[in-house]
Design a binder for this molecule. Structure first.
Ligand code: PBG
Length: 327
């Protein structure tokens, strides 16, 4: 620092008290920013904790409604639904995914009936329904693209028919947003939104989620469709392409190790950008806190504000309820 500046600039002046620090904060969090992911399973009167996601549960539809009631009361705007499908309903064609009376479809209907204002989003991908645990149809050991995209588009229409406000394709098949948009328009669902997982990486941070849904790939990995963590320009290209195919919101996933990608995508598109604070990121904070190695609340809020700083407009996070309570 040059001698003439000292001590006229004193950065600490703006940090002298809590109120002042709040006044000059560049970013802030609000309950409006959150999407709460939810896991639904078949049955009645049951909830089960996901072992690798402490304090996070799968619920049967009746108890899920109680959970949604709490989420709604906290002022959180949106939920993102994932269905846990029993093994005997899994196949390679996604038959159960298209079942109008399937678990996902029934759950959407029940939530919209009780909470018409809540923004209900549904995951669109085959892995929970697939006997192979892959996000698309498998043929000769390959995950075929175009057939999968069409099947996923039909799945999206089935969710829209059940009342979903947004469908969230997390599969990373090429061209699926265009097909999905076309199918939705043709079926008259012109107001159903698409939140596209535009830049979704092949990540080990999804481990706990795959425990929650019992959806780990049965062979190989997801690297032929999910992205290489080494790439960022490719993420921008994917996101821009999803925007031009008709996505309404574009998502980056995972979150914390990919904040640079959030920023790059934010600068490249003109639609809202969401980020997924994924299961492994949740598990890391929970595990360290359980060991007494860091303060859970502080680490959580720090991670969440980091997403805003990086440029995210919307955050899907398993911490949604905890953070909403603190705000
Ligand atoms: C599957 C899907 C995954 C997640 C959301 N949708 C896992 C995967 O791609 O294997 C991960 C979410 C999380 O880890 O919290 N289409």
């Amino acid at each position: 620092m040059s001698h003439s500046e000292y001590p006229y600039f004193r950065g600490r002046r703006l940090r002298t008290g809590e109120k002042l620090r709040g006044l000059v904060a560049e970013h802030s969090l609000s309950v409006n920013d959150f999407i709460a992911p939810l896991f639904v399973m078949e049955g009645e009167g049951e909830k089960s904790e996901i072992p690798s996601m402490p304090d996070y549960f799968r619920f049967t539809p009746d108890l899920l409604l109680k959970e949604v009631e709490e989420i709604n009361k906290l002022g959180i705007s949106s939920v993102l639904l994932f269905a846990k499908v029993p093994d005997n309903k899994k196949d390679n064609e996604g038959t159960e995914a298209l079942n109008q009376d399937g678990l996902m479809q029934q759950t959407v209907r029940a939530i919209k009936r009780e909470f018409p204002d809540l923004v209900v989003m549904t995951d669109v991908a085959l892995d929970p329904y697939s006997s192979y645990g892959h996000d698309g149809i498998v043929k000769n050991g390959h995950i075929v693209n175009d057939e999968s995209a069409e099947l996923l588009a039909r799945m999206a229409v089935s969710h829209a028919e059940a009342g979903a406000d947004f469908v969230a394709p997390s599969d990373m098949m090429d061209g699926r947003i265009a097909v999905m948009r076309e199918f939705l328009e043709d079926a008259g669902f012109y107001n159903t939104g698409i939140m596209a997982y535009g830049a979704k990486y092949a990540s080990s941070f999804y481990g706990p989620f795959r425990d929650a849904l019992d959806s780990a790939p049965g062979f190989g990995d997801k690297k032929t469709y999910q992205m290489n963590p080494a790439n960022i320009r490719e993420a921008v290209k994917e996101a821009v392409s999803d925007e031009s195919e008709g996505a309404d919101i574009v998502m980056v996933k995972p979150g914390l190790p990919y904040l640079d990608v959030v920023r790059a995508v934010k600068e490249a598109v003109n639609i809202p950008v969401s980020v997924y604070n994924v299961s492994g990121e949740y598990a890391m904070i929970k595990a360290a806190a359980e060991k007494g190695w860091l303060n859970e609340e502080h680490a959580m809020m720090e991670a969440l504000i980091a997403f805003k700083r990086a440029g995210a407009d919307i955050i899907a996070t398993y911490f949604a309820k905890d953070a909403a309570r603190l705000l």
